[in-house]
Design a protein around this ligand. Structure first.
Ligand code: EPZ
Length: 417
């Protein structure tokens, strides 16, 4: 397995272009299964999760291929394909988003229960509850979830929690249901809005994405979509913003949507970094001492849970006490043990992590335990004195396109071995 070897202590300086959003692209690739004509999608990040998702949709009968480095053309399936294999679906959580489109289009779907980062139990009860309310019979057998319904019927569905995945799965399925569906207490993440825009590009009738209530009017079929461009990745952008501040550097990010970065901008400014906003770019400058801050992760537009670990790394050497409260996942502090190996002083009490700023971190051997924990270790290694060797980097390559190359272009000292 490849390792990243990073020699820290150098400020990141320069410009970096942000790639397409992993979590928007994965949902959109699944939604393409609804179409009955060809779709072309660009600004798709060439990352491992996307490659696995393309394998998955091809396995169920689509014909998806790269047209260039970030454009994918998909000829959707004409009939229900075989059940995708567990060896693929276990590699990512988003494989569960195949359920909605296949059920809605073909009347039955069978998907192995998904995998993904082990940051919590990550049930699918809200997905299943919604499908049942639309008339489906949902059962579990041999590690697979099976849903059948000749024709889904639109209805009013309240989500007990604004789950991103459940919102996406049900919004996709409702596009081909009979009549109207009202989804309430939904997730409002930018990726939900991007997915709704893509569905409408194919002829769906989705309104209200990005608010607490989404209205979907079912249609009989969806056509293709000549050209759809995925939004930039706000979590990749956030990761670079935090790395810039953590290394006391000066980095300008190109191709971002400022509104999606509001929580990061606000918290980095509160910590004493300078953040300059341009039309499609954002610049983070930090020097000298930053201030300790408190973070609470919440559904969008709150502070994103996917940025919690990276923020923790930055806070590890800020004098004073910082508090992080993780309100979304119940097991998203696995990076703490690895940061402590680098000298961080962090104590976890239930959902709260108490970070006591220390003089500096020291390079050593550490291992990534999930995607964003891996990103946090990269941030920590960039800040640390000496050299850090990060193993299990396959987690990192799931969600970041050319991370090492982008960091080296900003002056980081990184090699892969
Ligand atoms: C999506 O996961 C993202 N993944 C995650 O990003 C992100 O952290 C998460 O949303 C929250 O923003 C993708 O989009 C592929 P949820 P998802 O359903 O859909 C509970 C990354 O690093 N829940 O909003 O799985 C669940 O247990 C990844 O890019 C239920 O209880 O997240 C969790 O505590 C990590 N029942 C909370 O809701 C359900 O049926 C949020 O989960 C579904 C979820």
């Amino acid at each position: 397995m490849q390792k990243l070897v990073i020699t820290g202590g150098k400020p990141l300086i320069g410009k970096v272009k942000i790639s397409g959003a992993k979590n928007a692209a994965l949902a959109i690739l699944c939604a393409a299964l609804l179409a009955e004509e060809e779709v072309t999608i660009d600004n798709i990040p060439d990352i491992n999760d996307v490659r696995v998702m393309l394998e998955l949709i091809n396995f169920v009968g689509a014909d998806a291929k790269w047209l260039d480095k970030d454009t994918v053309r998909i000829k959707p399936p004409v009939a229900k394909g075989p059940t995708p294999p567990y060896r693929l679906s276990k590699k990512l959580r988003a494989s569960n988003l195949m359920l909605g489109p296949i059920l809605a289009r073909f009347g039955e779907a069978e998907i192995p229960l998904p995998g993904g980062c082990n940051i919590g139990i990550r049930p699918m009860d809200l997905h299943f509850k919604g499908f049942v309310e639309m008339g489906a019979v949902v059962s579990m057998e041999k590690g697979c979830v099976r849903a059948t319904c000749k024709k889904l019927v639109g209805t009013r569905i309240y989500l007990d929690f604004p789950s991103v995945g459940a919102t996406e799965n049900l919004m996709i399925a409702a596009c081909l249901a009979t009549g109207k569906t009202l989804l309430e207490n939904v997730a409002k993440e930018p990726e939900i809005v991007d997915l709704a825009n893509f569905l409408n590009c194919m002829g769906a009738k989705v309104r209200g994405a990005g608010t607490d209530v989404i209205h979907i009017e079912g249609v009989s079929r969806l056509g293709g979509c000549q050209r759809y461009s995925v939004i930039p990745d706000r979590i990749e952008a956030g990761t670079f913003m935090v790395a810039a501040a953590a290394t006391r550097g000066d980095v300008e990010l190109e191709n971002v949507i400022l509104r999606h970065l509001e929580p990061l901008r606000a918290k980095l400014q509160e910590a004493g970094a300078e953040v300059i906003e341009y039309e499609d770019n954002i610049r983070v400058i930090a020097s000298g001492e930053l201030k300790s801050i408190d973070i609470k992760t919440l559904p969008y537009p709150g502070f994103p849970t996917d940025m919690q670990s990276q923020m923790m790394a930055m806070l590890a050497t800020i004098p004073g006490t910082s508090l992080i409260t993780e309100n979304i996942f119940e097991n998203r502090y696995q990076v703490v043990d690895e940061l402590k190996r680098m000298g961080a002083k962090i104590k976890v009490e239930g959902r709260i992590a108490i970070i006591q700023g220390t003089e500096c971190l020291h390079g050593t051997q550490v291992k990534a335990t999930d995607l964003r924990a891996g990103a946090a270790l990269v941030v920590a290694a960039l800040m640390a004195k000496g050299t850090t060797e990060i193993s299990n980097t396959e987690y990192i390559y799931r969600g970041y396109h050319e991370l090492e190359k982008k960091l080296v272009s900003l002056g980081a000292q990184i090699i892969t071995k």
